[in-house]
Ligand binder design. Structure first.
Ligand SMILES: [Zn+2]
Length: 316
């Protein structure tokens, strides 16, 4: 059995995975400091103890982070949100010591991609050699499988910065230093600010939600579904940003399989067909259209992928 720890934007999700099946899960608010990270280890140890007590052997752990991981050291090189305190921190060493297990550390989107590709294989699908994933959430995570191997690059940046593709030259500034990034439009971290930039938002059904910087995609898509004009306009723009991210990935890497995942994909379930159609319609005309899939369990893509990775890779 493997313990998978997904350090997400708002929550840390922990899962126990046996033979690819998620058998137990728990979550805790994302730690804002290195000190608070201790609570994640406490919960992980409790989960390990519970399953060890029932006779199961927990052999490895995987930890996913929403940032760039140095492929040699397993440490975070760069991140643009609440986990800034992890940059340069010996996360592999910490996790190994705190959990008492060999640990593998990976970028969250890259882990999720491996999990989804593995799910296709075990589901009886043909082996996939070229794939890309777009994971929506607080930001937008991306990853690429090229010629059967995850694209990593010399310092770990390969394929994972798709959320920072420019999709609007007149778009909002991003926290990365660029302007009009996909996730500055299609990630929830900038959603409330975008609501407040729409003329007449105070008279829309988003008048309250738009004042809360932690406004979720579920609120936006819910308001859009009930016909609110401000919400509908912004929801269209968010979906467009997701589509543009996917189109850019396809133009760069020619995946045969394109996967969308992340919690907001449930909230936007009614727009899946429109999203897939938008991607196909905007691709280079002669480019073979990729198969578009939506993760069956978008909240668990990362946890499942970590289990695949921990089983496969020599953990530290
Ligand atoms: Zn950016």
């Amino acid at each position: 059995m493997i313990l998978a720890v997904d350090l997400g934007g708002t929550h840390v999700k922990l899962g126990m995975v046996a033979d690819g099946v998620l058998v137990d899960e728990d979550r805790i608010l994302a730690p804002a400091t290195l000190r608070e990270l201790g609570a994640v280890a406490d919960l992980g140890r409790r989960m390990i103890a519970t399953h060890t007590g029932s006779g199961v052997r927990v052999t490895r752990a995987g930890v996913a982070v929403p940032g760039v991981v140095d492929p040699r050291s397993g440490r975070l090189t760069s991140i643009h949100d609440k986990y800034a305190y992890l940059v340069g921190f010996d996360l592999p060493g910490w996790a190994t010591e705190e959990l008492g297990l060999p640990v593998v550390i990976e970028n969250d989107a890259r882990a999720a991609l491996l999990g989804e590709v593995e799910a296709v294989r075990t589901g009886g699908g043909a082996a996939v050699r070229d794939a890309a994933i777009v994971i929506t959430g607080t930001g937008i995570g991306t990853a690429v499988l090229a010629d059967g191997a995850p694209l990593v690059g010399p310092e770990g940046y390969g394929g994972v910065l798709g959320g920072h593709f420019t999709v609007d030259l007149d778009g909002p500034p991003c926290n990365c230093g660029n302007i009009g990034c996909a996730e500055a439009i299609g990630g929830s971290w900038n959603l409330a600010a975008q609501v407040r930039a729409v003329v007449g938002w105070e008279r829309s059904t988003l008048a309250d939600a738009g004042r809360d910087d932690s406004m979720s995609m579920a609120v936006l898509f819910g308001a859009a579904a009930s016909g609110d004009a401000v919400a509908t306009g912004l929801a269209d723009r968010v979906v467009d940003a997701w589509a543009a991210t996917a189109v850019n990935l396809c133009h760069a890497y020619q995946p045969e399989l394109l996967i969308f995942s992340g919690g907001p994909m449930r909230a936007a379930a009614g727009r899946r067909d429109a999203l897939a159609d938008a991607v196909r319609a905007r691709l280079w005309s002669s480019l073979r259209r990729p198969e578009v899939r939506f993760a069956e369990s978008p909240e668990h893509s990362v946890v499942r992928g970590l289990a695949v990775l921990a089983e496969r890779k020599d953990a530290r």
